[in-house]
Design a protein around this ligand. Structure first.
Ligand code: GLU
Length: 507
């Protein structure tokens, strides 16, 4: 291990909202950086102006912040390598493209799109694949095939690109932390475009290598979709003479659809009924895609579920705080195969965090829903209600259905329950319970429970019959926590009046 300070970057292209797989990439970078006391950097890779989507950069930053991660350097933060937006680093890259041409590792190409399309069509007609590489580069319109004088002339008047001169028949072996050794023969690779005169901008490959070098990145942790580019990247480091300080690589496997068949795509969320984006996204054309935040997930639950998509601690433990993840995470324990996303398990994580949440905090989240319904109750009361129902809830949006009877008396009574539990004598029993409750002064739930149960037993009545009917009077249905917990919160008078009303209606 080198003693260099660990520096990792999250390098999204602002081409749309961040997919949850992208958030996982950011998270693994963050955990790795924090574990090693290193830096977590945000670089925006926006050299492809045609694919730029307004609002995407803001969305990416907001998503990362919502998850509780913070950048040490980068867009929106600053740092020793400003600017961190590649479009603002435009002036930097040409020099490096020229350096590669000068060292014989790259060349200028003037082929027009029309000429390339024509050639491609010819290959297709012959049922062959067209690769722009060593096999044809000498026949193309490039600086390899013209005098210096002509080259100068052409550079001044024509559009050009710089292409990497991919070596012929060389075996490149690269060590990936997750995948071990990746070996490729360069004959399968093409002469990638590195720089374009049309916009005087580098392509992803050149900008990525130059910036990782200049920003002193030590580890590149990114999605598997970049694995095919890895040989080119390593060859670029070599061509620049930077192989000694080249970062180490770790390519994360894909997130798979719930059925395990294929990559979890941006479209799957709406199709399969769960979010694939951290936050709700409104596209520039007004289309809305749902987000984990708006669906009611806690950021801690979202982070926890993402961490376990492709990584495990080697134990049975499933719930981890961010601090625990920082301590335990390791790239060596990230799996090579795809990680199947399970939306039910995602909900399970939220439930677990719901149970752990302090009632006071939940009350603050519930209050706006209550206010909307015109209900004014103290935070203390609402917190007590939250404490009684949170075990049964997945999201805050479940709260009302689970607890409306704490705020309004039932207007109707579940018919099935009435049929099952409301018998001839039930009204008399209920009025007796009302009497017992009235008699306990001050009200005490243990005492109320004890006396009610004693009365039921001494009269040889069925506990289930009586208690279910009692619940029906107060709740209107057969759900909820202990009746005496409910009674303690509602207060004696309210319970008695609900019993009297139910008896009036159901007798
Ligand atoms: N801009 C690339 C992306 O959007 C980054 C790839 C990398 O991390 O090298 O995924």
């Amino acid at each position: 291990m080198s003693l260099k300070k660990v520096r990792v970057r999250f390098a999204p292209s602002p081409t749309g909202p961040l997919h949850m797989g992208g958030v996982r990439t950011a998270l693994f970078n963050y955990l790795f950086a924090k574990q090693h006391g290193g830096d977590f950097i945000l670089r925006i890779e926006d050299t492809d102006s045609a694919r730029h989507v307004p609002g995407a950069e803001r969305y990416i930053i907001d998503s990362i912040h919502w998850c509780g991660m913070k950048f040490n350097e980068g867009v929106g933060v600053g740092g020793p390598h400003v600017p961190y937006r590649q479009s603002e680093r435009k002036a930097i890259y040409l020099k490096y493209a020229k350096q590669l041409v000068a060292s014989g590792n790259a060349y200028y190409a003037f082929d027009t799109p029309e000429a390339l399309n024509k050639l491609r069509a010819e290959y297709e007609a012959k049922k062959e694949t067209f690769i722009y590489s060593y096999s044809i580069r000498n026949k193309m319109d490039t600086s390899l095939n013209m005098s210096d004088e002509l080259l100068k002339e052409r550079l001044a008047k024509d559009k050009w690109v710089v292409r990497f001169k991919m070596p012929e028949n060389e075996v490149v072996s690269i060590n990936d932390i997750i995948r071990d050794v990746v070996t490729v023969n360069t004959n399968t690779l093409d002469d990638k475009v590195l720089f374009k005169s049309v916009d005087m901008l580098p392509t992803y490959h050149l900008a990525n290598i130059v910036d990782d070098k200049l920003m002193e990145i030590t580890h590149v942790i990114r999605g598997e979709e970049w694995l095919p580019s890895l040989p080119l990247h390593v060859l670029l480091y070599r061509a620049f003479g930077w192989e000694e300080t080249m970062p180490r690589f770790a390519h994360l496997s894909l997130l798979l659809k719930p059925d395990g068949k294929g990559k979890l795509s941006k479209r799957d969320g709406d199709r399969l009924g769960f979010p694939v984006f951290p936050l709700e996204w409104k596209s520039p054309t007004g289309e809305i895609s749902r987000g984990y935040r708006e669906d009611g997930y806690f950021p801690e639950a979202f982070v926890n579920l993402l961490a376990l998509l492709g990584w495990n601690s080697g134990t049975e433990q499933e719930l981890f705080t961010m601090d625990e993840l920082i301590k335990l995470f390791s790239l060596e324990r990230v799996i090579k195969s795809g990680a199947r996303f399970n939306p039910d398990k995602a909900k399970w994580f939220n439930q677990q965090y719901m149970k752990q949440k302090p009632n006071k905090g939940l009350a603050l989240l519930y209050q706006p829903i209550l206010k909307e319904k015109g209900i004014e109750k103290s935070d203390k009361y609402v917190a007590a209600v939250c404490g009684l129902i949170k075990e049964r809830a997945t999201f805050i949006s479940d709260f009302w259905d689970l607890s409306s009877y704490f705020f309004v008396a039932p207007a109707t009574y579940d018919e099935k329950v009435v049929k099952e539990f409301w018998k001839e004598d039930t009204s008399i029993w209920m009025l007796k319970i009302a009497e017992i409750i009235k008699s306990i002064e001050p009200f005490d739930k243990e005492k109320a429970e004890h006396e009610t149960h004693e009365w039921i037993k001494s009269n040889e009545l069925s506990m289930g019959q009586v208690m279910n009917a009692f619940r029906l009077c107060v709740v209107g249905a057969s759900m909820g926590p202990s009746m005496f917990e409910i009674a303690a919160l509602l207060g004696k008078d309210e319970v008695v009046s609900r019993i009297e009303k139910a008896v009036e209606i159901l007798k």
